[in-house]
Design a protein around this ligand. Structure first.
Ligand SMILES: Cc1cc2nc3c(=O)[nH]c(=O)nc-3n(C[C@H](O)[C@H](O)[C@H](O)COP(=O)(O)OP(=O)(O)OC[C@H]3O[C@@H](n4cnc5c(N)ncnc54)[C@H](O)[C@@H]3O)c2cc1C
Length: 473
C-alpha cells in the first residue's frame, strides 16, 4: 500500500492485487514501528493518523536492554505501539484518497514478462498488463519464486505460536524468559481477548497450528493452558532468516517480506518494508514516466539490500540473546552492560530506529546519503518544515544561502527550489553535530544526494543522476 501511494503521488497508474477479500487483517500481528518509519509517514503528512491511534514509547530493545532514544534529534524520538491491523486500516483509508485501484479477492497466480511489460495472471479474471510488477506478497512470495529469485539464508531453529484467544483463568500479564526464548501474555483493549506469544519446545511444522498445539505449548511453559478457548487467530513464526539474492529480475521487483524475512525481535519487519517502498516508489515512477533510465532501479537494491542484511544480522543476534539458559546468561550480561553504555546505546538505537541509515553515495559531507533532518525553516511562504515540503513526494533543492542563487530551469517542473532561512543547529542521530551546508538536494524519500558548500560544484551531475537529464520527461 505504501508503494502504491508513492507511485500514485508521482502520477503513475497503479493497481494493487490483493488476495484477501478486504483490508481487514485477522489477528494483530506486528505491534508497531520505529522512529524513521514515523518520519517517513510524516514526510507524506500522514504520521498523525497513526500517532492518534497508537501509543508512543521508548521501546527499541536490544537483547534485554531498553535503548532510550529520547535524546535523538528528531521530532519523533520514540517508537509507536500500534497493531498491524490498525496500521493496515489507516493505510487502506489513505490510499483510497489517492488514485490507487485495488483488486481485492484476487490472487496472482503467475506472470509472463517480455521487453515492454508484464502480463499478470489472476485467479479471478483477465490478466493485467503492467510495465512493472512489484511482489509485495510476503515471505512466501509466489512472485519471488516465479521470477526465479533465490532466497538464501538460514533455516528455522525455533518456532513460536502467536494467537488471540479467550482464557477462563486469569493469566499473568507480561513477558517471561526461559531457555527456549521469550513468551508473553497480554490482555487486549477489549478486556476479554488475550494475545498469547509462546515458544514451542520443538520446532513446529510448517502446517497451520491448532488450538491443541497452543494448549501444549502453554502447559510446557506455564504449567497450564489457562483454559484457552474461542481462538480468533493462531499463527506460527520462526527464526528463519533469508534475503532475496536479487531485488529485481528485469521488470519484476520485490519489496518488504518478499525480499527479507527474519525473527521479529526488535520489531523491524514492517518498518523495513515501508522504507523499501519509499525508496523504490519515486525511482520506479521516474523510470515509468520516462524521466530516468532503467539503471536508476539498480540503486534500489544497492541501497536497500545492505540495510536489510544488517537488520537480519541483528535480529539473529537478538534471537540468540532471548535464550536465557544459564550459559547464555553470561553472554546476555556482557551484552547488556555494553548496550547500556552511551556510545553502543546510540549505535544500536540508530540501527533499530532506522535513523542511522546511510546509503553509500561516496565521500563527502556527513549528510550525503543520510536522512534530511526535519528542520523548521522560514520561507517566502512563511514558516515551513522540511517534511512539509516533501509531502508531495517531489525532489527538493533547498537553498539556505542568499536567495536566488539557483536556477532549476529546465527541471523546474520536476524539482522544487526553495529559498529558506534556518538558524538552528545541524545535528544527526548517532553522529551528532555536523557542519551547516549552504544548500541540499533531497530526494522524495528524504535522503540527501548533494550538499552545497557555497558553490554549485557537483549539482548538475547530481540532478542528472537522480532526477534525469535536463531534457527528459
Ligand atoms: C509476531 C510478529 C510480530 C511482528 N512485530 C513487528 C513489529 O512490531 N514491527 C514491525 O515493523 N514488524 C513486525 N513484524 C513483521 C511484519 O508483520 C511484517 O514484516 C510485515 O507484515 C511485512 O509486510 P509485507 O507487506 O511485506 O508482507 P505481508 O504483510 O505478508 O503482506 C503480503 C500481502 O500480500 C498478499 N498476497 C500474498 N500472496 C498473494 C498473491 N499471490 N496474490 C495476491 N495477494 C497476495 C497477502 O494477502 C498480504 O496481504 C512482526 C511479525 C510477526 C509475525
Amino acid at each position: 500500500m505504501m508503494l502504491a501511494a508513492e507511485l500514485a503521488l508521482a502520477k503513475v497508474d497503479v493497481a494493487v492485487v490483493e488476495r484477501r477479500p478486504d483490508h481487514v487483517l485477522v489477528g494483530s500481528r506486528a505491534g508497531g514501528f520505529h522512529s524513521r518509519t514515523i518520519e517517513v509517514l510524516d514526510q507524506r503528512g500522514i504520521a498523525d493518523r497513526f500517532l492518534a491511534e497508537g501509543q508512543t514509547a521508548q521501546a527499541a530493545m536490544f537483547g534485554t536492554t531498553m535503548l532510550d532514544m529520547s535524546d535523538f534529534p528528531t521530532r519523533h524520538p520514540y517508537a509507536l505501539g500500534i497493531w498491524q491491523n490498525k496500521i493496515e486500516r489507516i493505510m487502506a483509508a489513505w490510499i483510497t484518497e489517492l488514485p490507487v485501484r485495488i483488486y481485492y479477492g484476487s490472487e496472482v497466480t503467475g506472470f509472463a514478462q517480455d521487453d515492454t511489460g508484464v502480463d499478470v495472471e489472476r485467479s479471478d479474471g483477465e490478466p493485467l498488463r503492467a510495465r512493472y510488477l512489484v511482489g509485495c506478497d510476503g515471505g512466501r512470495s509466489a512472485i519471488r519464486r516465479a521470477a526465479g529469485i533465490e532466497f538464501p539464508g538460514w533455516d528455522p531453529t525455533k518456532s513460536t505460536l502467536i494467537a488471540e484467544v479467550e482464557l477462563t483463568e486469569e493469566p499473568p500479564q507480561g513477558m517471561r524468559h526461559d531457555a527456549i526464548g521469550v513468551h508473553a501474555l497480554h490482555t487486549m483493549e477489549d478486556g476479554r481477548t488475550v494475545r498469547v506469544i509462546v515458544g514451542e519446545q520443538q520446532l513446529g511444522p510448517s502446517s497451520e497450528p491448532t488450538l491443541r498445539d497452543l494448549s501444549e505449548a502453554l502447559i510446557a511453559v506455564y504449567g497450564t493452558d489457562f483454559g484457552i478457548h474461542n481462538a480468533t487467530w493462531i499463527s506460527r513464526f520462526t527464526d528463519m532468516t533469508r534475503q532475496a539474492a536479487a531485488y529485481r529480475a528485469e521488470r519484476v521487483l520485490l519489496a518488504g517480506d518478499s525480499a527479507h524475512v527474519h525473527y521479529p525481535a526488535g520489531g523491524q519487519g514492517l518498518s523495513l518494508g515501508v522504507q523499501d517502498a519509499v525508496n523504490l516508489g519515486w525511482k520506479l515512477a521516474q523510470v515509468v514516466n520516462g524521466t530516468s533510465p532503467e539503471s536508476l532501479l539498480d540503486t534500489y537494491q544497492a541501497e536497500r539490500h545492505p540495510v536489510a542484511a544488517r537488520a537480519l544480522q541483528h535480529t539473529m543476534a537478538q534471537s540468540a540473546l532471548q535464550r536465557r539458559d544459564e550459559r547464555n546468561k553470561a553472554l546476555i550480561d556482557v551484552v547488556s552492560e555494553l548496550a547500556s553504555m552511551d556510545e553502543p546505546r546510540k549505535r544500536l538505537a540508530g540501527l533499530i530506529s532506522g535513523l542511522d541509515i546511510h546509503y553509500d553515495l561516496g565521500e563527502g559531507h556527513p549528510l550525503l546519503g543520510r536522512r534530511m533532518p526535519d528542520l523548521d525553516l522560514v520561507t517566502d511562504d512563511g514558516p515551513l518544515s522540511v517534511f512539509e515540503l516533501l509531502r508531495g513526494a517531489k525532489p527538493l533543492l533547498l537553498n539556505l544561502a542568499e536567495p536566488g542563487g539557483f536556477n532549476l530551469t529546465p527541471r523546474a517542473e520536476r524539482v522544487q527550489l526553495i529559498d529558506a532561512e534556518y538558524v538552528g543547529p545541524w545535528e544527526l542521530p548517532v553522529l551528532g553535530a555536523v557542519t551547516a551546508p549552504t544548500a541540499v538536494l533531497v530526494r522524495p524519500d528524504g535522503y540527501v544526494v548533494w550538499v552545497g558548500d557555497g558553490t554549485h560544484l557537483g549539482l548538475p551531475e547530481a540532478l542528472t543522476a537522480w532526477f534525469g537529464p535536463p531534457t527528459a520527461g
